[in-house]
Design a protein around this ligand. Structure first.
Ligand code: N2P
Length: 375
C-alpha cells in the first residue's frame, strides 16, 4: 500500500532539502547561463522533480525551461502544428506512436546517449511495438490507472466499499455514495474508455460502434456523481481532502499522499489496481523534429537515464521507470509496493494502450464527450 511507504517522513525531508538546494543553486547561477544554453521541455506538471532539474543544470551548465502540459491532446496538437520550441517532450507511448508516423519527432542519435545500455530490455521490447527498433524515444516512467481514494471519507460512507474494483466508479449504486465527498476522473478519453470497455468484458481496442454504445450506457448514469475531470487538480484536491475518490494514475496517488503528509493535515490517500484489470501506460522521452537545441535535448535525455537520477524520480513520484540499472537505487518500500510495481500476477491483468484508427478514435471521442457533458 502507498500508506506503508509513507509512514516514515523521508518524503517531506527530501522535498524540503531539495527546495533549499534549488534556492541556493538558483541564486548562484542565474547570471551564469548564456541565453541560448537551454533545453526546453514539456511534460505533465510534477513529472520532473526540481532537484533533478537542479542536478542537471549544475552538472551541464544547461538551463532547463519546464513548460507543463495539461493533457496529451494538447501536447499532440502542438506537436502536429510544429514550431513548439520544445527540445524534449514526454508523450505517452500511444501519442509517441502517432508522432513518429508523421515524423513530428526525430530519430535519436544513439552516439549521444551513452546511458542507453541501462534501459530495461523488456520495456524496450514493449516500446518497440510503438517505435520499431527503438529509434525515436526512450522510456521514462510507467504506471497504472486505478482507484485513488481517501480511506476515512470512503469507508465512513460505505463500510464495505469495493476499493479494489472499478465498481467504485462504474456502478451507480456505489459511486453515488461518494458524490458528496468528491469524485473525479482523469480527462483522458483513450485511457478511460479502454478501461470501461475492458470492465464490460469487451476488447479495449474494439472498432465496433455497438461496443461504444455499451460504454455510453455504462457511463451515462454516473455522470451526475462526478465533480470534475480536471486532471491537473487531482493531486492537490486529494491531498487537501477535497476529493475522496479518483480514477487516476498510480503515482499521483503516492504524490497526493506525500503532499498531505508534508502539509500534516491528517489526510490519507491510498491506491489500488482494480481487480478487473486496467491500463498500464508507458511514457516516452522524445525530441521534436524541429527542436531548437537537439544536442542539449540528448544531454538531458541521457541525464534522465543515469541510474541514481531516474531512481530518485521513482522514489519521489512512485512511478516505476524503464531503467534496469536503476532498480538497486529504488527504495525497498517503493519497489516492494505492488500498487507501485505490480506483481507478475497483477501484470497479467493489465493491458497497454494500443493505436486506434481515425474512425475508431472519432467514435471514442464522441463517447467521451457525451459522458463528460452528460448528453
Ligand atoms: C502526472 C503523471 C502523469 C502520468 N502527475 C501519466 N502518464
Amino acid at each position: 500500500m502507498v500508506s506503508d511507504q509513507c509512514n516514515s517522513n523521508w518524503v517531506w525531508k527530501t522535498t524540503a532539502n531539495a527546495a533549499a538546494a534549488v534556492l541556493l543553486f538558483g541564486a548562484d547561477t542565474q547570471h551564469a547561463f548564456a541565453q541560448e544554453n537551454t533545453v526546453t521541455i514539456t511534460a505533465w506538471a510534477e513529472y520532473v522533480p526540481d532537484e533533478v532539474i537542479a542536478g542537471f543544470e549544475e552538472k551541464t551548465g544547461i538551463k532547463v525551461v519546464y513548460d507543463p502540459f495539461e493533457s496529451l491532446e494538447v501536447l499532440e496538437t502542438k506537436m502536429l502544428t510544429g514550431n513548439s520550441g520544445y527540445d524534449v517532450i514526454f508523450p505517452s507511448a500511444l501519442v509517441a506512436n502517432r508522432l513518429i508516423q508523421v515524423e513530428a519527432v526525430q530519430k535519436l542519435d544513439k552516439s549521444k546517449l551513452p546511458n542507453l545500455g541501462n534501459l530495461d530490455p523488456e520495456i524496450m521490447g514493449f516500446l518497440a511495438r510503438h517505435d520499431e527498433g527503438n529509434q525515436y524515444g526512450v522510456p521514462y516512467l510507467w504506471g497504472t490507472t486505478g482507484v485513488i481514494y481517501n480511506p476515512a471519507l470512503v469507508f465512513e460512507r460505505m463500510e464495505d466499499a469495493p476499493i479494489e474494483s472499478l465498481d467504485m466508479f462504474f456502478d451507480p449504486d456505489v459511486v453515488s455514495n461518494f458524490a458528496d465527498c468528491g469524485v473525479a476522473m482523469i480527462d483522458s478519453p483513450e485511457e478511460v474508455v479502454a478501461i470501461a470497455l475492458n470492465y464490460l468484458g469487451l476488447d479495449p481496442f474494439t472498432k465496433d460502434p455497438a461496443d461504444f454504445e455499451k460504454v455510453d450506457a455504462l457511463l451515462a448514469p454516473i455522470n451526475p456523481h462526478i465533480r470534475h475531470f480536471n486532471t491537473g487538480a487531482i493531486i492537490n484536491d486529494m491531498a487537501r481532502g477535497d476529493l475522496c475518490l479518483v480514477l487516476g494514475w498510480s503515482g499521483d496517488a503516492g504524490l497526493a499522499y506525500a503532499t498531505a503528509l508534508e502539509a500534516d493535515n491528517g489526510v490519507e490517500v491510498f491506491y489500488s489496481v482494480p481487480k478487473e484489470g486496467t491500463e498500464v501506460f508507458f511514457d516516452f522521452l522524445s525530441i521534436p523534429s524541429d527542436a531548437p537545441n537537439p544536442d542539449n535535448a540528448h544531454t538531458f535525455i541521457d541525464y534522465l537515464m543515469e541510474p541514481e537520477v531516474i531512481a530518485s524520480v521513482t522514489n519521489l513520484y512512485y512511478y516505476p521507470n524503464g531503467n534496469a540499472a536503476a532498480l538497486e537505487h529504488v527504495l525497498d518500500e517503493v519497489k516492494s509496493d505492488p500498487n507501485v510495481y505490480p506483481t507478475e500476477e497483477m501484470m497479467a491483468t493489465l493491458f497497454p494502450n494500443l493505436p486506434r484508427d481515425q474512425k475508431t478514435l472519432r467514435t471514442l471521442t464522441r463517447t467521451w464527450t457525451r459522458f463528460k457533458t452528460g448528453n
